[in-house]
Write a protein that binds this ligand. Structure first.
Ligand code: ADP
Ligand code: MG
Length: 226
């Protein structure tokens, strides 16, 4: 599903070059539930952005579904993102002036699905997240855990093969964090590959495989015992 070989990435700002990913080799099969750990600045978000085709890389290769993800046109990249990938962020990234249902429905709007149809599908997804009664509520009326479940429903609605989550529990209390992780585990059971960046050990322990990044290299890559 995902294959990285000798992947390097640097950021260039002015005259400075910051070498962030220093030759990553990584294979993730369809249906895996993986966490990526590492201290701040170790390159976790950079890796996730490359995997999400939100950012380019300099050397090596990244294959998604056996297709090389380099030199893609913006249209092609968007197609892969929309058809294959779902994103969940620490800060939820909901649109503040749209209600929960409209936020969930948004990916279908970009696919040209009619309002009636996309809202009804969005309601099904909200229902699965236990949020049907909150469909008409605006993001600022929802708790952190509810906002993240809306964001997860939005990531799910385009039926992605892979969900990429960057510190999805970073803004949540520990009880809510565990609830969100249990939800991710359920989603993963449907065969969706999950890659979750976290720096919390008890979050990573809810996944089946733990990858530690250190200074841009994979320090350890271990099957988790659970
Ligand atoms: P992590 O998510 O593990 O905290 P990041 O991947 O965000 O780490 O960042 C790795 C390094 O790259 C950090 O030193 C960070 O400051 C730097 N960095 C991240 N994004 C950019 C960018 N867009 N331009 C320049 N430097 C960046
Ligand atoms: Mg980060």
């Amino acid at each position: 599903m995902i294959e990285l070989k000798g992947l390097h990435k640097s950021y260039i700002t002015g005259n400075n070059k910051l070498h962030v990913l220093k030759g990553l080799d990584l294979t993730i099969e369809q249906g895996e539930l993986v966490s990526v750990m590492g201290s701040s600045g170790s390159g976790k978000s950079t890796l996730l952005n490359v995997l999400g085709i939100l950012d380019s890389y300099d050397q090596g290769h990244y294959k998604l579904n056996n297709t090389l993800m380099s030199d893609l046109s913006e249209t092609k990249a968007a197609q892969y993102r929309n058809n294959m990938l779902g994103f969940v962020f620490q800060s939820f990234n909901l649109i503040s002036f749209k209600n929960a249902m409209e936020n969930v429905a948004l990916p279908l709007y970009y696919q040209g699905v009619s309002r009636k149809k996309r809202n009804s599908i969005a309601l099904e997804y909200l229902d699965r997240m236990g949020l049907k009664d909150w469909a008409e509520h605006m993001p600022n009326e929802l708790s952190g855990g509810q906002k993240q479940r809306v964001a997860i429903a939005r990531a799910m609605i385009s039926k992605p093969k892979v969900i990429l989550a960057d510190e999805p529990t970073g803004a949540l209390d520990s009880t809510t964090s565990i609830e969100v992780m249990d939800l991710f585990r359920e989603i993963n059971k449907e065969g969706i590959t999950m890659i979750i960046v976290t720096h919390e050990k008890d979050i990573s322990e809810k996944t089946n495989r733990i990858i530690h990044l250190k200074d841009g290299i994979i320090e350890t890559d271990l099957i988790s015992k659970n």
